[in-house]
Every structure is written in structure tokens, then in C-alpha cells.
Design a protein around this ligand. Structure first.
Ligand SMILES: C[S@@+](CC[C@H](N)C(=O)[O-])C[C@H]1O[C@@H](n2cnc3c(N)ncnc32)[C@H](O)[C@@H]1O
Length: 201
């Protein structure tokens, strides 16, 4: 996917103009739990970044996207709190991002990258978290069927089994929480899995 091109021509069907409902649901169910530094890879227009920036106790909050036009779009929104945005490749993170974050919020980055890069993704988020840091994520499951044609959602789905294999059985993470969210964007109901995992080692 040519992300720069998609943002430049303003064809970004993944952008729902609002934070991910499963993120808002999790925050409501776990008040005060998020604190410290948060990285949001593949942050796009930054709706989730700004939702996290509205919380107290969280700083710094960094939206990271490989696409410069995405970063420009994100910074065009009014600032909510201490959030900042950076253009960088998750797979080639500058050293100052290593062992740095208390939390990472994942939403439609894992499902957007080529599946061949998934183990590299796991290594990248593992490396960016502090030891004991947590990955909070909503993953798009195998989303395509007769009712949900390809082209209406992120390019690559996954399964709970694959997620456990790549994150937990690799020895890099322990899964602490895993459920189908009650809240979703229209059309994604039942097609997502929220997971919270702790970085091991
Ligand atoms: C499907 S979009 C989702 C954007 C945002 N999370 C949302 O839901 O609106 C995937 C995003 O990941 C970004 N991305 C893809 N590969 C990346 C990488 N290697 N490092 C950082 N960002 C990446 C793209 O530029 C794009 O903004």
C-alpha cells in the first residue's frame, strides 16, 4: 500500500473520523489504568492519539506514522493535551524509542502491514516497550466474507490463534486479557479482538 499516495489523494477509508470504540470502551472499564508514556504506531489522522491525550497521567503520548502526509493531517487537528506526532518507520525505529514506553496502543497497524512483516512487528513493539510494559491492542480478525467484501476494511486479517502464536508462544509477551469488544465502528461489530499483553524479558 502506498500510504503517502492514499493520504495525498484523501482516500483513507480506514479513517472513521473518531477514536476506536474498543479503546474508549477499555478506558471506561479501566479508569486511571493508563499512565506514563504511550506510543501509537500507525496513528494516521491521530484520533486515538487525541483520545489518549485527554487522559491525565499519560505523558508523553507519541503518534508515529511512516507517512509524512498522515503526520501533517494529524497535526492539523487542535491539540488536546501533550500529544506529539512523528514520521518514522516502526520497523526502523530510532534508538531513543527503544525500551522507552509504558504502553503501546495498536489499532489497524498490524493488519495494514504485509503479513510477512508480522514477526518483525512483534519484535519492534517488544523492543519499544519497557520491560514489563503493556501492549493494548484491537486486532482486526479475518474480516472478509460475503457480507464484508475486500476493499471495505484493512487489507490483512488475523486470528486469535495466530496472535497467540506470534506474541505469546514467541516468548516475548504474556496475554493478560483477550475479548471481543462490545463497541465497534459500524460494520466491524464482532470482527475485532481486544488484547492486553505484558512485555516479557
Ligand atoms: C490502515 S491505516 C490506520 C490508521 C489509523 N490507525 C486509523 O485507524 O485511522 C495504517 C496506518 O499505518 C501506517 N503505517 C504502515 N506501515 C507503517 C510502518 N512501518 N511504520 C509506521 N506506520 C506505518 C500507515 O501510514 C497508515 O497511516
Amino acid at each position: 500500500m502506498d500510504w503517502d499516495y492514499q493520504y495525498r489523494i484523501d482516500v483513507t477509508p480506514w479513517d472513521k473520523g473518531a477514536p476506536a470504540p474498543p479503546l474508549l470502551e477499555w478506558i471506561k472499564a479501566n479508569p486511571g489504568t493508563l499512565s506514563g508514556s504511550i506510543l501509537i504506531p500507525g496513528s494516521g489522522a491521530g484520533h486515538d492519539v487525541r483520545a489518549l491525550a485527554s487522559l491525565t497521567k499519560c505523558s508523553p503520548i507519541i503518534g508515529l506514522d511512516v507517512s509524512e502526509p498522515a503526520t501533517r493531517l494529524a497535526v492539523s487537528f487542535p491539540t488536546v493535551g501533550v500529544e506529539t506526532y512523528q514520521t518514522a518507520d516502526l520497523f526502523n525505529l530510532p534508538a531513543h524509542h527503544q525500551n522507552t514506553y509504558d504502553w503501546i496502543w495498536e489499532h489497524t497497524c498490524f493488519c495494514a502491514i504485509n503479513p510477512d512483516m508480522r514477526d518483525t512487528y512483534v519484535a519492534a513493539v517488544h523492543g519499544a516497550l519497557k520491560p514489563g510494559g503493556q501492549l493494548l491492542a484491537v486486532f482486526y480478525l479475518n474480516p472478509y466474507d460475503d457480507e464484508h467484501p475486500r476493499g471495505e476494511g484493512p487489507p490483512y486479517g488475523t486470528s486469535v490463534e495466530e496472535l497467540k502464536e506470534r506474541f505469546e508462544n514467541s516468548g516475548k509477551f504474556k496475554v493478560d486479557e483477550s475479548y471481543v469488544p462490545g463497541q465497534a465502528y459500524g460494520g466491524r461489530e464482532g470482527l475485532e479482538q481486544v488484547m492486553r499483553m505484558t512485555r516479557l524479558n
